[in-house]
Write a protein of this length. Sequence first.
Length: 453
Amino acid sequence: MKTNNSMNIQNGVSSVPVYQRWYSSPKMVQAARGRAMVLNEEPESEPEPWHVVWNKSFSDSYYKGKPSTSGDHMETAEKSFTVPSAPTPQPTEEDPTPTPPEPLEATCNMTLTVDDWGKMSVGQSSTVAQEIDMTSGGEGPQGGHAKWTKESGEFTLKSGEYTLHVEQNNIDYDPPENNISVCDYKFEAHIDKEGPATAGGKKKPTCDCCNFDGQGGGCPPPPAGRSRSAAPVFGNTSSGGENAQAISDASLMYWGADFGHFRGLGGIPTGSIELLATDSTDGLNHPHALCYDSMLASFLDIPEVGIVAGGTFDIVTGAGRVCVQCEVDRKTLTIVGEFTSSGNRAFFTTVDGVLCVQWMKTDKSVAVYNARTGALVSYTTRWGNIYTAEQIGAYLRVNRDSAGDLLQIWNLWDGLLNIEAVTADGYTIALYTPSQITGQDEQGLYTVTGEPF
């Protein structure tokens, strides 16, 4: 039984059909998705589930070298900004005065470095939400302080108007030729939050575990130590199958739909079940041609001889493949067809004494793979949240047969995608809510009750 931590390789030969390996470049996949989205775009009378992504940062530096006096200091800084709110529900006949959404929370951090004294704070009007006070403590013989740094640590700010205040003071030092004045500050805040369609829109998820009211952007994640044999019941609704897109013409055939949401885990993209080809080839009507695109299910497709000097291997994410070459020095990895300035890079690294391949994407997310097996070791989101393979198994699992063909995809929030009724002419992609999952059989396949939704 294959899982999302296994490569699609049997006896050193990739199980992905030749037509997929040949035609499915990342740029082609991206173009296919875009074309399908445009051709399938229709007027939407109902609102989509919302997704708020917001970033704000302020920073500045001041330095006055020897000599300096008390008159040499950074001008006091006042920076105003607004932490956004979730979309306001639209009035409907059933609910003409919908309840305003709960405030969003921005995750923040700030750092201040000064010589001699300084203060950094953020708040609303006369209320200070967070402060770094470096106006006293550790004074020298002349009442000053050498260059020093303090960090606030992570804190949150709810939706609203805020002002960042930074000030710095420098003492008169004798002799002034030995006096410097320094001030460096940095403030960062971000939000990456999803929520369901608001009143009057699409179905409003509810779940049995936390009485989710549709305003919090998802349920809390399960413990990292959840048993891999368990079949958790998370709710009777699912977002699986949404955003279905399709295109078919003389040059391209593409179909895709969402499956695999990660609510409350900011920075992890939604997964997608996909079928992509540029030629009419036998096998398109078989699960062999299906791909699942999720960074948490990505892997390395390594040749039978392994990663060798001058050789290549692929990073596989759904229908997309990134070709990586190992240079003759056996230390350098080069992404074929990419400029280093693109920010898409691969490196060798070591994790717990095991040689691994690290893939840094343009969005600053990072995937680490075992260089021998190709299995995903960890994934770091663009916000720096790190998920190990064991933790990923609490949110997403992919089951494949011995040939690497897709059998099932389990996701904590979306439930189960099950490949059923496979015949010579086609197959069925069945979707079940989390509450329909009853457990796992001896082979590790999920069992369900009721009809697919």
